[in-house]
Each structure stands twice: as structure tokens, then as C-alpha cells.
Write a protein of this length. Structure first.
Length: 146
């Protein structure tokens, strides 16, 4: 069992249901610890908001306390993923939707950059090859004009 998984189980077991903001308060303390882990050990993590008993009051408290950041992104891949920076650098609110726009996952991701925005190495290799092919075509057109 990973340290992150142990931490999430401990957190979930310590939360109350229903909550009047107490669960959000506990999550915010956990985020402080996860940010420390990111800074000290370069250890990203996430909190699965659907796995935790959160009331509307808890969600409002989380949103209000974390605030809104300057970055919003959408990734279209097997549905749509909405990624929003919170007002706390390193904390991202990620909502995954299926093809019919139903929420299938909601997370707080603690990371320098959300994983969904990191280009896979293979995609970068493919992009490099595509760019080389386009440059070859452009070079051929330039030579024909001369």
C-alpha cells in the first residue's frame, strides 16, 4: 500500500458524515501536508473528492478557501477533463466527464502541473516526427520556387 493510499484511507476514516464544514476543514489541513510533501520530496498527490463524504457546505468551504487561480484548461480525451488552478499554487481542481458530460471523477491534484496537461513522451516523439515531415515539405516547396 502506497503512502498516498494510506494517507487517503486515514483521512476518509477520520471524516464525519454528514458534515457541516468539518470535512472540508480536515481536507484543507491534509492539503497543507500534501503541499509539504510536494515541496520537500517532489511527491505529487491527489484527493478523490467523490470518495469522501462532502456536503454542499463542505464543497462551498473548499471552493471559497482554495479560491480561483488564473489557469483553466480543458482536455478532450475519452470525454472532457476540466482543470482549474485554485488560488493556492500547486493545488488544481480537476473534473473528469464522460462522453455524455456526466461527472465521472473529481479530484484535488497537488502538483506543479496537472498530470492531464503533461504531454506523454511518445506524443512528443510523434510531434517531433510530424514537425520534421512538415519542414521537409516546406523545404521542398522553397526549392521548387527557386
Amino acid at each position: 500500500m502506497t503512502r498516498e493510499h494510506q494517507s487517503e484511507i486515514h483521512l476518509i476514516n477520520s471524516l464525519n458524515h454528514p458534515s457541516s464544514g468539518d470535512n472540508a476543514h480536515a481536507l484543507l489541513h491534509e492539503i497543507v501536508n500534501l503541499l509539504r510533501d510536494l515541496l520537500e520530496r517532489d511527491e505529487p498527490s491527489h484527493i478523490d473528492l467523490q470518495a469522501i463524504p462532502l456536503s454542499a457546505e463542505d464543497l462551498d468551504m473548499l471552493a471559497e478557501t482554495l479560491g480561483q487561480g488564473d489557469v483553466n484548461a480543458e482536455v478532450a480525451d475519452f470525454g472532457l477533463t476540466h482543470i482549474s488552478a485554485t488560488g493556492i499554487p500547486g493545488v488544481w481542481w480537476v473534473v473528469q466527464m464522460d462522453e455524455s458530460e456526466q461527472i465521472i471523477g473529481e479530484f484535488l491534484e497537488i502538483n506543479y502541473v496537472p498530470e492531464a496537461l503533461i504531454a506523454p513522451t511518445e506524443d512528443i516523439r510523434d510531434g517531433r516526427e510530424a514537425l520534421k515531415a512538415k519542414l521537409f515539405e516546406a523545404d521542398m516547396k522553397r526549392k521548387r520556387r527557386k
